[in-house]
Design a protein around this ligand. Structure first.
Ligand SMILES: [Zn+2]
Length: 683
């Protein structure tokens, strides 16, 4: 997270050194976004205190142009990566200067079809807002955003005023406390909002698109409980003025904890059925925990990144334990232990203090380290240490040692071994982990069931059939169903029947996902899976039934006709694909069905919808000029997951000479797309 470019023209101070000379106190910026040109115009005021006399200071600012300098007594000059402010500046004095700038952000600020949003971490806020890319200077950011009259603006802090200016509105936000620049954020779009208040009186604002109003409750379920739990458990009041959560289109990650303003992927918006399959609860708790771990106290550098991610993951897990119980808590720990052990066994284990470690290490090994530490010193001492640590370093930067010192101060335990095993060591301490897990009765029962894996079905069937209650437990039942997978159906039929009849949603889901060749005498009971409150189950069961029983296809299609499914329309798109493929079904409407499926490949839909539509259209062989252009558009999309998907699909398609010809004759209105096409054609 550091740029090391040195500029030879100026009396130089390196990046880390500037901190010794100047402390940026406040940035007051008024921003006007131009959607058509994807441009930012800013009026900017910065206030700073000089710690040691110096001739010039800088702000990080990528490819920005100064369009005017208000205050003539300070000279302000922009180069490729920085905006320089010239003094001389005297030690101990506070200065401020104003200027206007414009920028065409290459990243960090994204203009999508109907929204604008930012992602600072890992991307540099200095692409849209002159700021400090180093996390060690904490600044108070007060942003004003000018936007069209029909949209809403959400930024860090408290909305103090909205001022109409002709057909636009200026939204002014005020922050009371300083933060690192990567946490500055803005969202612009059409949103509705539900207001709430925490037990401690903090205003909570839950945003959603107006058409998603029915999804707001299931998506944000337990928000208040999580908030109140974390404040109580952490023992330090929520450090900011308010807390807002906003789902956006085509987001880069699951969520991002900008101060007072978590931005998360719209794919988490679920109705009450989708809630059971994939809900926002964990991300909700994780991003909120960062408001303390990461935002209130911030790592000095990447070596200490686990102080953000490990803590956020661990506290989210504690919140989920509060909501869903101990079995859930240990089950999640067990699963991450398996993943970490597998990685470690391959010799790919990583130290928590490795700044280049993977997410699995920072998040899950970090959470494991804290789980083990809490067991070692006891929950009381652990809580006191965390509280003291947050209190002592609030609004400052921290290292791992700062945390360890606070733990040391409240315990008699020797932390040396823990530090060695969990922070420094690259291997995962699986034995210690499993010892800890064995304190859970539930995990012990699970291990017993898991031991049956090695037995062939004849040797365990009677035992399983004698304990139907096992299929009422999500995890034990799923494990047992998983064990039937490789066995001949004549041997397992009766067990599947019992699993389905037990009525557990997740056990039945496992049947839908694993029993693909459905025997005829299980058809009727298998069909009941189409009624389950799970879009994962419905999708799998629908496809498996359609495949296994051609004579019932019309009935299945009629039944699943009006269902949309998740935000990516998983059921609707599968329905379209199967309806198109079934020759005698809706014969006169085939073209309309094809058009609907192809329409989902267009940029006015989220990338999750587009990706599925492109996959189906490719499999059905119905990609035409319009959808191929949409595919090319995806090849230059800002979301790397979607971009990579589109690029590999395009490569695959181009192996087919007919498609290749089609693609070579495409012409896009977008320069970026046209340039990309050119590289493909010249290959
Ligand atoms: Zn995180």
């Amino acid at each position: 997270m550091r740029s090391v470019l040195l500029l030879l023209f100026f009396p130089l101070i390196g990046l880390s050194q500037q901190l010794e000379y100047v402390d940026f106190l406040q940035i007051d910026a008024r921003l006007d976004f131009n959607n058509e040109l994807q441009k930012v115009e800013g009026s900017y005021n910065v206030k700073f205190q000089v710690l040691k006399s110096i001739d010039s200071i800088y702000l990080d600012a990528k490819s920005m142009r100064i369009t005017n300098v208000e205050e003539r007594k300070l000279r302000v000059v922009a180069d490729e990566n920085k905006i320089w402010i010239y003094g001389p500046f005297d030690q101990g004095k506070t200065y401020s200067t104003e200027f206007r700038y414009e920028a065409f952000p290459a990243q960090t600020l994204y203009f999508t079809e109907d929204q604008i949003w930012t992602q600072g971490q890992g991307k540099y806020t200095s692409h849209w807002l002159p700021s400090i890319d180093d996390m060690n200077d904490k600044i108070e950011f007060d942003l004003t955003v000018v936007a069209r009259g029909d949209v809403r603006v959400i930024a860090n802090g408290t909305l103090t005023t909205t001022t109409p200016i002709e057909d636009k509105v200026a939204w002014h936000f005020d922050m009371e406390r300083p933060m690192s620049s990567y946490l500055a954020a803005v969202v612009v779009g059409d949103f509705a909002m539900k207001r709430d208040t925490s037990n401690s009186g903090i205003p909570l604002e839950l945003y959603y698109k107006p058409e998603d109003s029915l999804k707001a409750e299931p998506t944000y379920r337990f928000t208040n409980e999580i908030f109140d739990f974390l404040e109580e458990e952490i023992g330090i009041d929520y450090p900011w003025q308010n807390y807002k959560q906003v789902p956006v289109r085509d987001f880069l990650y699951a969520g991002m904890e900008n101060t007072t303003l978590t931005i998360f992927s719209e794919a988490f918006m679920v109705d009450s059925i989708g809630y059971k399959d994939r809900n926002y609860v964990n991300v909700n708790a994780h991003e909120l925990a960062h408001q303390w771990f990461g935002n209130l106290i911030t790592e000095t550098e990447g070596t200490h990144h686990w102080l953000h991610e490990g803590f956020a993951t661990f506290y989210a897990l504690l919140a989920e334990k509060e909501l869903f119980g101990d079995d859930y808590y240990y089950w999640k720990l067990y699963n991450t232990a398996e993943q970490l052990k597998a990685l470690s066994d391959e010799g790919k284990g990583q130290s928590l203090l490795d700044p280049k470690a993977s997410s699995l290490t920072f998040y899950e090994k970090g959470a494991w380290a804290l789980h083990v530490l809490r067991e070692l010193v006891g929950p009381e001492a652990f809580r006191t240490a965390v509280k003291n640590y947050l209190d002592k370093y609030r609004f400052q930067n921290v290292t791992t040692q700062n945390f360890l010192d606070e733990v040391d101060a409240v315990t008699e335990e020797d932390l040396q071994t823990w530090e060695e095993d969990w922070l420094k060591q690259s291997a995962f301490k699986a034995e210690q982990a499993f010892q800890s897990l064995s304190k859970s009765n539930f995990i012990n029962r699970y291990f017993e069931i898991q031991l049956l894996r090695s037995l062939p079905i004849e040797q365990k069937r009677e035992e399983i059939l004698a304990r139907p209650e096992l299929f009422s437990n999500d995890y034990l039942g799923q494990e047992l169903v998983g064990q039937l997978d490789e066995e001949p159906i004549e041997e397992t039929r009766v067990v599947y029947l019992m699993a389905l009849e037990a009525g557990n949603l997740y056990v039945r889901q496992e049947v839908a996902l694993s029993l693909i060749n459905i025997p005829a005498d299980l058809r009727v009971i298998y069909e009941t899976l189409l009624e389950d409150s799970s879009y994962i189950t419905q999708e799998a069961a629908f496809y498996n039934l359609w495949t296994a029983f051609p004579s019932h296809r019309t009935r299945y299609l009629d039944k699943m006709k009006g269902i949309e499914g998740f935000q990516d329309k998983n059921i609707r798109q599968l329905w379209l694909a199967l309806a198109i493929t079934t020759p005698n079904y809706m014969v006169s409407a085939k073209d309309i069905l094809k058009q609907e499926l192809l329409s989902y490949t267009a940029p006015n839909f989220s990338f999750e919808i587009r990706q599925r539509a492109l996959e189906y259209a490719y499999l059905l062989g119905i990609l035409e000029k319009g959808s191929l252009l949409n595919l090319v558009n995806g090849c230059v999309h800002h979301n790397w997951r979607f971009r990579n998907f589109c690029r590999s699909l395009l490569d695959e398609i181009m192996l087919n000479p007919t498609y290749k010809m089609h693609i070579e004759s495409l012409e896009s209105n977008s320069e970026k797309e046209q340039a990309f096409l050119k590289t493909k054609i010249s290959e």
